[in-house]
Every structure is written in C-alpha cells, then in structure tokens.
Design a protein around this ligand. Structure first.
Ligand code: HT7
Ligand code: ZN
Length: 852
C-alpha cells in the first residue's frame, strides 16, 4: 500500500474547466453521463489518468468519438487514456448502485433519499475524474428522477430549469457559477419537508434559506435556521464576508459519517446537528448545532471561495474555520465557556493524538488514507495555531491579514504557506519561525521557574521549551510561543504578552512584592505547562485572576496535583480543607456566571488525567477520582442540596442565564445522587423537568452514581423515545456508559434493539463511542473484555463502513501508553486485527502505525 507524500506534490498535467452531469436516479442502478472539458496544463502532456473506484464503466467518448476498450485502460483505481489532445471533450457513462453503498461516500441512500458525500475523495466513487482539490471546474448538473418518489431534486448553485420528460420523469437542472473542486459537489433527491427563511445581505441581496428535513420535522429545524441567520450576519460584521448565491440549502440526513459537509450552496448535515427542540435536544445539542451551522457556513469563504491546493493543506480550511466558529460561539454564548471547551478538547484528545502512533503535524507530510486525517490535530490544533496568529497580530492585524488573503486568493486552491504569507505581508511581520507550527508534530513542554529579587523589586520568569520526539518525527525545533501572563500582587495586577522563541528565555518585571503568577492565561499556546504552584497560590489564581480560563485552569491544576500525589504515594486522596471551604463558599450563594461556576467546580475527567501519565495508572486514577467524588459528595451534601434548591427553574428557554443555571443544577444533582439516596428528589427532578437537558441531568447523575433509580428511569425514557432515534441515541449512550461489570454483556443486547442499525453511524457511535470514551472503568477492565468487544465491532464494521471502523479503533491504538498487562492485552487485540485479510486502507493505516 502506497502512502502519498506532500513533498511529491505536482500540479496536474490536465485540468477540467467545465463539467456537465446527467444523473438518472434509481436506487440500485443509477446511470450517470458525465461530460468534461479538459485542457492540458503542461506542454507535451498526453496521458490522462482519472481517479475512479467501484464504478461500472459503460462508455467513453473523446470529442464525440466512441473509444474502444483498447484505447483506454481501467484498473481498480484509475481510467487511463494515453493519447489525449491538449484540449478535448470527454464523455463517460457509468452505472452506480447507491443502495449497496454502506460506506456513505460517493452517492448513497439515506433511508430512501439519495445523497452524496465527496470530501475528501468520494467523487471518484461517482465518476472517473481528476479527484483533487486543485482541479476547479464549473458544474452543471441535471437530475432525472421519478417526481412522486423524489419531489426535491437538489444540487449546487442555482436551479435553472425543470422539465417533464415524456416517460413521466422530471429533469431538474442546476448551474453553479463558482468553479469548485469536485469534493464540494453535492446532489440530494428525496421527499422532504422544507422550512424556508430569508436573509438580506449587507449589500441588500435577498438569499433564500431552505432546510430540507424528514416529513413532519420542519418545526425542529427552526433553531438551526435562526442560527444560520446569526452566522451570516456575524461573518459580515466580523470579516466583511457576504454570501454569494441566491439560495443556501441545508439537507438533514440520518445516515452520515461526520457532522456536516459544506458543499457549495447545498450543505448536507447529520440530522443530529439540525433537528432540535426543547423536548428532544439538550442545551449542549443546541450549542453544537449553532456552532456547526456556523462552521459550515463560514466554509463558504474559508474552504470554498479559497480552497486547498492538496489534501495535506486541509488545516488551511479546517483550522481556520474551526477558529472562526469558535469566535462565533464565543460571541453568541459564553466566551469563557467556549474557550474552556476548546482547551479541554486539546488537552484530552489532541495531546493524546500527538503522544500516540498517529502523531502528525497540522499539515501532515504523508498520508495513506485521507479520511484518517480529519483529526483533532488538523482541526483543533490547527485552530490553536490560527488563534496564536490572532494573539500575536491582534484582532485588527489579523483582519488585515484575512482581507489580504481573500484579495490575493479568491477563486484559487492554495497552501497553508500562502495563508501565513498573507498574514505576514499585511502586518509587515516576519513569521518565518512561526511557520514551524505547520510542519512539526508533538506537544511542546514549557517549563517555567520564577524568582523574586526583593532588593531589586524584580520578578523573574525563566522559560524553557522542549518538544519530545513523536511517532512520526524524531527531530524537533524551538517554536514561537505567545505566552499571556498575569502577575497578581496585593495592590496591583500586571498583564503581559510574552513571545518565547528560544530554548531558554527569561523575562523580568518590576513589582514591589512577590506576585502570584498566572502563566498561559487563555491557554495562549497549545503547550503542556510545567509551573509548580502551591495549593494556596493556585487558590489565589482561582479567586483573583482576571481571565476566567486561567481561574478554571488553576483549579484543574490543583486537582491534577492532588491526584498525582495520591497515585505516587498510594495513599487515599484527601481533599484539602481549603478546597472544601472554597466549594462551600461558592455554593452558598451561587451568583455571577453559573455555567462558569459549574465548570470551575468540576474535577478533570479520567481521560484528561490519563493523558498526563506514561504509563497510565488506570486503576489508581479511577480510584483517586472516586475518592474525590465521595468526599465532595459527603462533606458538602448539605451545600449541594442548598445550592440546588436555590436554583428554581423557570419555564424552558435557550437563554444563557438559564443554560448556566441548568448546568449548575446538574452538577448539584450529580453529587446528590452519589450517596445512593435522594431517590425522591431525583425522581421529582426527572418528572417535573420540562426539557431534555434537565431530564438527562438526572439520568447522568444516576448513571455516575450507579443509583438504583437508573434502571427504572432509563426504562421509562426508552418507552417515551423509542420512535425518535436522535433522542434514543442518548439512551443507547447512557446504557453503554454505565460503569458496572454487566455493561460489557449488555452491549450486544443494545445492538438487538429494533432501532439499532450497523449501517447507521449515529447508532454505532451512540453505543460504542460512549462505551470506549465515557466508561473507562469497564472499557479498561483488567480482564481485557472491553478491548475485545471493541475489536469485534471494528472488524464487523470495516467492510460496511471503513471510515467509521477507523474512527472507532482509536481508543485501542495507544497501547504503549498503558501498564504492562493492559499494554499486552491491547497489543494482542491490535495484532489479531492487523492479521485479518482485506482490511480497508483506513483501518490498515492506523493498525500498522500502532504496531510498528
Ligand atoms: N469538511 C467536512 C469534512 C468531511 C466530511 C464531512 C462529512 C462526511 C465525511 C467527511 N469527510 C470529511 C466537514 C467539515 O469540516 O466541515
Ligand atoms: Zn470544516
């Protein structure tokens, strides 16, 4: 199997300027005629190699002449024509079987609707093509289908014609005026309800907004529609970017591999990220919907108008668009909470990826299966890299850089280097050192020592940076790190932005007395910080730092330190009296931002802690976390109750102060349930809830405490929601994440539920991702059964949906990070998988890296 390398990039010999497609849709035999205008881009080029997979080729015509099979060659992956003129019209006909497509790439059926997914390399499963993002063409699409079965026939751009055909079918034609790579192509055909709206752009154009959803669900798309309007307005105000077509369509489908896809003018969404109301979606669901609606909308400029030259540049669009959606969420909801969320993602998942076998820079250097690189590194670390530019250049400088980027590159397929150059040139700043972030993998360790010179009244900080070798890359160099600090002294606070670029670098500050230092406020660089501080210093930061993220971070640090001591000493963890006192004071009169308070009072997760150890002391960590839970529950029982009772719920609305109060109530319930008592209160909370957020809070509290009520309430919940799969997914996940031994035996029963389907990624994720990510006690059980269960599922899924199988295998890959017996179990499970015949590239790439 041959990986592709960034270093081997070459511009294509031919390009395609215009594409015309005729789809004759039938579930098991769809006919596609594709006509391309091709042009040579290199003098003397005569060999045309088109990508194609799993296609039945029916006919090839060149400039109107039928070619015989002797005039072209077809392999598993390509169609080759040797004697290509410099300019030509190529017409191909292929037959497709969307009904048999369970991989959900290319053209497939979601229930009875046709839909497509072409990013990254799915168009080659629709037709032979130059399936690479630097080939940009104008697309015209004709869809021919039975009108009764498929009243909505959609594609990119503007609808230009609709005609009845003599055979009773209808033909609808679409023209997309913007040249685009084929990964942005989309087609949808089905019988939907449509929720419509309008948006008037800053220049006064009216855009029709259309949400296509399953019959009966239009009202559930209202939140998403409003979120889209907010995103359109936000992008105009923040970046001066306006939408460019007459309509913006969103289709919600149940069968989908990821969250959503930004196809030009025709987004396709996982229905989970469109459909929501107060009964069927939580506050977190609504937050995610707004953020993903924003993300896909923002891609219209950062991704579609300016796209990637090649797939190694994926972070050009994804890192930047995640950064933009984070800014949007910060403006729409709580800035501090949004940032804390992002920091948790980086520390829990991205640091782990960098420390594991799949480590790669945000611009990977080599790839076997592109689908494996839609990662937390490319997306979220990519966004951190953009954020660092924003920090270094300031909001105005960053905006100037964005303006220049669009002025230079609108309509082009470009590289990450082009982006940094625009930032550099617009600001007159040398960013050459900064560019290393794009090519270096791994998490820098930033160690800080502080000292105070009483005589000079000087506070000194000495920074040392070091990045350890990663699985993909031995040699590491210094990086440029923007480090926000705050010095807290009795009578003054100083804030500074330091730029650390040397291996060792010191900074001095004039200050009258020894301050407590906040280092890396707002998590200003994606590094692991080592700056030892005492409990009392950390509590000073918690109480007095100006930055909310730093306050939360100090509390996290405090817990991490306590856990580490307990793990080291094998002594039971004792929550210090000062910490209990702080909790007590904060719970006594809950005020200010209650969502922040809830976050502040939540100790780190198992996964976040585990990431800080090598090897991971699974049992000791689980035990320490349990000791924290018990002590906080017991010692503060009256305080949790008192706080809970003060937070009287108002009739549900998705408003920030209500969201915040619900989050804090949920935390109180979680600790109240821990005692195994409070059944009446929990029952009352469940039954009186007028929304899903509050109901799930009770169920989660019962799950975490393995409370006797869990079985009764989840049974009721299943009864109520068994016909509504999106809500039922919460039930699947709750069941799979119950930390009791029986769960591992329950999983196969869950898959027997009438609503479970191995073909539907949402169902599979609800059961098995929840098991692997939210149930560390059972997933990491010492007998290795948890690992074996996941192994079986991954192998079962690989022939059905390789993308999904490869995502599910991730929790097994970092076997080297566990203690001997678990490492051995994991390694055995992985080796057995790798020995299987016929593995997909997706799974093979991950397994072989893990075991090499
Ligand atoms: N750009 C999209 C990435 C993507 C994807 C989406 C749905 C299904 C399969 C996919 N493969 C890649 C999503 C995004 O980042 O917006
Ligand atoms: Zn994206």
């Amino acid at each position: 199997r041959q990986a592709k390398r960034l270093a081997d990039y070459q511009a294509p010999d031919f390009t395609i300027t215009d594409v015309e497609l005729w789809f004759e849709l039938e579930p098991a035999t769809t006919l596609l005629t594709a006509r391309y205008q091709l042009k040579s881009q290199r003098k003397g080029a005569t060999e045309l190699v088109l990508d194609g997979q799993q296609l039945e080729l029916l006919s090839v015509k060149l400039n109107g002449q039928q070619l015989t099979p002797a005039q072209y060659q077809v392999t598993d992956d390509h169609l080759r024509i040797d004697q290509m003129p410099a300019q030509a019209e190529l017409e191909l006909q292929v037959r497709l079987n969307p009904a048999a497509n369970t991989a959900l790439e290319g053209l497939y059926l979601s229930d009875s609707a046709f839909c497509t997914q072409c990013e990254a390399e799915g168009f080659r499963r629709i037709c032979y093509y130059l399936d690479r993002p630097d080939v940009m063409a104008r697309f015209t699409t004709h869809i021919i289908a039975n009108q009764q079965r498929y009243p909505a026939l959609l594609s990119n751009g503007n609808k230009v014609a609709e005609q009845q055909l003599p055979d009773g079918r209808v033909q609808v034609s679409w023209v997309d005026p913007f040249p685009k790579p084929c990964y942005l192509f989309a087609l949808v055909a089905g019988d939907f309800d449509c929720l419509t709206g309008q948006y008037v752009t800053q220049s006064g154009r009216t855009v029709s907004l259309e949400f296509y959803v399953d019959k009966g669900n239009a009202a559930r798309a209202e939140f998403a529609l409003e979120a889209l309007k907010r995103a359109m307005c936000w992008d105009e105000q923040t970046y001066g970017l306006e939408y460019d077509l007459d309509s913006y369509m969103v289709v919600a489908v149940d069968f989908f591999n990821m969250g959503a896809m930004e196809n030009k003018g025709l987004n396709v969404f996982n229905s989970k990220y469109v459909l929501a109301d107060q009964q069927s979606a939580t506050d977190t669901d609504l937050y995610n919907i707004e953020s993903i609606i924003g993300h896909e909308y923002f891609h219209n400029w950062t991704g579609n108008r300016v796209t990637c030259r090649d797939w190694f540049q994926l972070s050009l669009k994804e890192g930047l668009t995640v950064f933009r959606d984070q800014q949007f969420s910060a403006d729409m909801a709580s800035a501090t909470l949004s940032r804390i969320d992002a920091v948790k993602t980086i520390r829990t998942h991205q640091f782990a990826e960098d420390a594991g076998p799949m480590a790669h820079p945000i611009r990977p250097a080599q790839v076997l299966e592109m689908n494996n690189f839609y990662t937390v590194t490319v997306y979220d670390k990519g966004a951190e890299v953009i954020r660092m530019l924003h920090t270094l250049l300031g909001a105005a400088g960053f905006r100037q850089g964005m303006d220049l980027y669009f002025a230079r590159h609108d309509g082009q397929a470009v590289t990450c280097d082009d982006f940094v150059s625009a930032m550099q040139d617009a600001n007159g700043r040398d960013l050459s050192l900064f560019r290393r972030w794009y090519s270096q993998s791994g998490t820098p360790e930033l160690t800080v020592q502080s000292s105070f010179d009483a005589e000079q009244q000087q506070f000194k900080l000495v920074f040392s940076q070091h990045t350890a070798a990663t699985a993909d890359q031995q040699d590491k160099r210094n990086l440029l790190l923007p480090v926000r600090i705050e010095l807290l002294a009795k009578n003054e606070k100083q804030q500074h932005l330091l730029v650390v670029s040397e291996e060792q670098q010191s900074f001095s500050f004039a200050v009258a007395e020894p301050p407590v230092a906040v280092i890396l406020a707002d998590f200003s660089a994606p590094v692991r910080l080592h700056y030892p501080q005492s409990v009392s210093q950390l509590l000073t930061v918690v109480q007095h730092a100006s930055d909310g993220v730093a306050r939360w971070d100090a509390m996290q640090q405090l817990w991490s330190d306590l856990v580490r001591q307990a793990v080291r000493s094998s002594e039971p963890l004792q929550v210090p009296a000062e910490v209990v006192a702080l909790y007590r004071a904060l719970l006594a009169t809950p005020e200010g931002d209650l969502a922040f308070l809830a976050e502040l009072l939540t100790p780190p997760s198992f996964d976040l802690l585990a990431e800080q150890y090598q090897p991971v002391p699974v049992d000791a960590l689980l035990q320490a976390l349990q000791q924290i839970r018990r002590q906080l529950a017991d010692e503060l029982a009256a305080d949790w109750l008192n706080c809970y009772q003060q937070l009287i719920p108002a009739p549900y609305a998705y408003r920030q102060e209500q969201v915040a109060a619900r989050a804090l109530r949920a935390l109180c319930l979680d600790y109240l349930a821990q005692s195994g008592q409070q059944a009446e209160l929990l029952l009352q909370a469940y039954q009186s809830a007028d929304n899903l957020t509050d109901q799930l809070a009770v169920l989660k509290a019962c799950r975490n405490a393995t409370h006797p009520l869990f079985e009764t309430l989840t049974a009721q919940f299943e009864q109520r929601w068994r016909e509504d799969v999106l809500v039922l997914d919460k039930w699947f996940a709750l069941k799979a994440s119950l930390p009791t031994k029986d769960t591992v035996y329950l999983l196969p029963h869950l898959t027997q539920h009438p609503q479970f389907s191995w073909q539907n990624p949402n169902r599979v994720r609800a059961v098995y991702m929840a098991f692997a990510q939210q149930n560390p006690t059972i997933f990491h059980a010492a007998d290795g059964k948890g690992y074996q269960v996941l192994q079986q599922v991954v192998l079962k899924l690989d022939p059905i949906n390789p993308q999904l199988a490869a995502r599910l295998v991730t929790p097994l890959l970092s076997w080297r990070r566990f203690e001997t017996h678990r490492a051995a179990q994991l390694k055995a499970v992985l080796s057995q998988m790798l020995a299987q015949q016929g593995l997909s590239n997706d799974l093979y790439e991950k397994l072989s890296k893990s075991l090499s």
